[in-house]
Design a protein around this ligand. Structure first.
Ligand code: ADP
Ligand code: MG
Length: 696
């Protein structure tokens, strides 16, 4: 692969060497290109050089003066050696102090003119006068082109132990000046001019060492054309990869299914409810896709409880009608087991054979349908493991996609010859973001809850208010309703003082000896767990104590109350998912959050939003804001390349532009034949993750 001249090991930049190169790798800086894209975390304005007599206390200021004295002062009692420097500009004196760095002395000489930048304090001996602790310094007789620490807008970089900000800044300066000229601009000039984006060189130089006269505030907020240009580059590379994949998939041949509605209609008769308009609309979009001779690749997004499962089941039955198998992959065993039980209950007497396949249920027991003979196979990621073979897979459904990555989806698809793929998620995100995160997927939304649902009421309690909750639980159980109590841990542990499910269940049994309590968690055997879930679904358990294993998907409409213990410990989307376990029938449901003090600001914010809102969309936005896109989307596990400059939330307008331009380019040149360099750099950006340009 041809290498960009701007990319070589960082070690060879002036001032680096092997030892610093090792330290820099901790910041993910290995090549000069990495360095160029390692942007400052903020900027300081040190342009405005003041007369010493005009310095203001408690502000970051810059001044220039001649060195009139210097000495190392010892404070043996405090075990300190302080290097002190006094400069004068004729209007006053300014002292610079460096603590325990006596070697500083050799950097200075009396009579030389020095620029000092730092926080201005009162002189600690006299109580008046000016001093700066550990100021940044440079000399006026240095080459003016290489003043980088003072008298300009100065970049501040996040650094790592062993490399000072000053050293890192010099390394950055050298990287920019030694390599920026050679960097190749991969984005077609025509696109840059269409959106008024400055050139790459200019942008890199300005993001690191801004030209004078810029507004430091807009630099710090990222709201400037130079940063936007760099962000655009990343987003364009991201979107090109996605566009190429999508184009390739639509070119691939899939199976055109011929569903005739014969089984689906019998299912409809068995359902105790009518589908919502939204469900019908999405189902017909799916049918259209399935009938086409290309592989379907569709995302269904819908808030918790909107009824995604039944739509997926109808899609699977449509595959079965056409003589194919269908598979459904769920992120947890409990959820897979539940889907299995529900689906089997609904379709067994329609002559449809269902089989469960999870890590603990691989072998299959007597009476199980063999995977090859099953019409519908429900399972966990065990489905995509080596050795599992389908006979004739026509449709693969992935439930709760946010728990899986792009790569797992690709693997499931590889289990057969381009089956149709349907993925479902309850994480509501804006369309453009969905396109990015889920890449190459078409997109349907169920934006309607079944009729007659009333929103779950949510209240926050603290640990001294437990009795109120107990009363509420008691009343609910007396009305023959069921209750979830969720804990963050299975059992007490030495390393944490959090309350646990096992201890919690014991406490509940003491308080309510008459209640039937149950326990469910991830470490139980499948058979035990299945038994507990069956009793809970069948109404034989009043209070189910659990861990977050019930977070996704579990569906028991008669459960109308949930208590989350240590709610301050849970993430926002997680709380919303948990709360989605109640409010699934027509009865008013309640969610109690119990929080243990002390907890931080962020936890408070999460709890507040939960109390105020049941709108999954709003909650996702807040969560995105609190955690940032990286963590929110789990970009690492999703197989998406990481972004260094762009932020898909803040830069969503740019993302739209990048998407539009990428689709346009790939539309006329699917393999980027006319853009060989760009093609290389897209491949490098995706790090060969999805072999996007390889055929076959
Ligand atoms: P989710 O979208 O969170 O996966 P589910 O598919 O588990 O939601 O559905 C939640 C509950 O709503 C289930 O008990 C399901 O049977 C029920 N349900 C689904 N569609 C409807 C509908 N149109 N009317 C009434 N209840 C419905
Ligand atoms: Mg679900």
């Amino acid at each position: 692969m041809d290498r960009d001249a701007s990319e070589f090991p960082i070690q060879f930049i002036k001032g680096v060497g092997p030892q610093r190169a090792r330290l820099l790798s901790r910041l993910n800086i290995r090549t000069t290109r990495d360095a160029l894209y390692y942007l400052p975390c903020r900027y300081e304005d040190r342009q405005n050089i003041k007369k010493i007599c005009h310095l203001a206390y408690a502000r970051m200021e810059t001044a220039v003066g001649k060195i009139i004295s210097m000495e190392v002062v010892r404070l043996p009692r405090r075990n300190l050696r302080i290097f002190e420097l006094v400069v004068s500009d004729g209007t006053g004196l300014l002292k610079g102090k460096w603590f325990n760095q006596p070697y500083m002395k050799k950097n200075f000489a009396v009579g030389r003119e020095v620029i000092l930048s730092g926080m201005v304090k009162r002189d600690s001996y006299w109580g008046t006068g000016f001093e700066m602790d550990n100021p940044e310094y440079e000399f006026t007789d240095d080459d003016p082109g290489s003043l980088i620490h003072t008298s300009r807008i100065v970049p501040i970089y996040r650094t790592t132990a062993g490399i000072s900000v000053r050293v890192l800044r010099s390394i950055m300066f050298n990287s920019v000046s030694e390599t920026c000229e050679d960097i190749r601009d991969e984005v077609p000039a025509e696109i840059c001019s269409r959106y008024g984006l400055p050139s790459l060189k200019e942008s890199l130089r300005n993001c690191h060492f801004p030209d004078s006269g810029q507004d430091v505030e807009s630099l710090n907020s990222g709201n400037n054309d130079y940063r936007r240009r760099l962000a655009f580059d990343e987003l364009f590379h991201l979107e090109l990869g996605i566009a190429v994949m999508k184009k390739r998939e639509t070119k691939e041949k899939g199976v055109a299914l011929r569903p005739d509605g014969r089984i689906v209609n019998r299912l409809r008769e068995k359902l105790t409810f009518r589908l919502t308009g939204s469900q019908e609309k999405v189902f017909s979009e799916i049918l259209d896709d399935m009938r086409r001779p290309f592989p379907m690749n569709r995302l269904i997004q819908g808030d918790v409880g909107c009824g995604k499962t039944v739509v997926a089941l109808m899609a699977m039955l449509s595959a079965v009608e056409s003589g194919y198998q269908a598979a459904m992959m769920a992120p947890t065993e409990i959820l897979a087991e539940q889907h299995y039980m529900n689906i089997r209950g609904l379709v067994q007497d329609l002559g449809v054979r269902v089989r469960l396949l999870t890590a603990s249920k691989k072998e299959g027991s007597d009476g199980d349908v063999a995977p090859g003979d099953a019409d519908i196979i429900v399972g966990t990621h065990a489905l995509i493991q080596e050795g599992i073979k389908f006979r004739k897979l026509g449709l693969a459904v992935i439930d709760e996609q946010h728990r899986f990555g792009v790569l797992q989806r690709v693997k499931l698809r590889k289990k057969a010859r381009n089956p149709d793929v349907l993925v479902m998620t309850a994480t509501p995100i804006p369309r453009t973001l969905a396109m990015t995160v889920y890449g190459d997927l078409d997109y349907s939304v169920i934006d309607e809850l079944p009729l007659g649902r009333s929103p779950v009421t949510t209240r926050l309690f603290h640990d001294n208010q437990k009795h109120l909750i107990y009363q509420a639980i008691e009343a609910e159980v007396k009305r023959r309703r069921q209750v979830y109590v969720v804990y963050p841990l299975i059992e007490e542990s030495e390393t944490s003082d959090l309350r646990s499910a096992i201890a919690g269940k014991a406490a509940l049994e003491r308080i309510f000896p008459a209640f039937r309590t149950g326990l469910i968690h991830g470490k139980m055997k499948t058979a035990e767990r299945e038994a507990v879930m069956l009793s809970f679904t069948g109404g034989k358990i009043d209070v189910l104590v659990s861990t977050t294993v019930i977070e996704v998907g579990v569906d028991v409409p008669n459960a109308t109350m949930m208590l989350v213990v240590h709610a301050e410990r849970f993430g926002l989307s997680q709380l919303h998912q948990l709360r989605g376990r109640v409010g699934r029938g027509s009865d008013q449901s309640h969610c109690f959050l119990i929080a243990y003090r002390p907890y931080g600001e962020e936890a408070k914010r999460r709890l507040d939003i939960m109390v105020k809102s049941t709108d999954g969309f709003r909650i996702a936005e807040e969560d995105l804001d609190i955690r940032g896109p990286g963590e929110f989307f789990g970009t690492k596990q999703s197989g998406m390349p990481g972004l260094r400059v762009a932020n898909i939330v803040r830069d969503h307008r740019l993302l739209e532009i990048a998407q539009k331009e990428a689709l346009r380019m790939v539309g006329s040149d699917p393999d980027l034949m006319q853009w060989p360099h760009l093609k290389n750099s897209v491949e490098r950006f995706w790090q060969g993750k999805l072999d996007i340009f390889r055929t076959g």
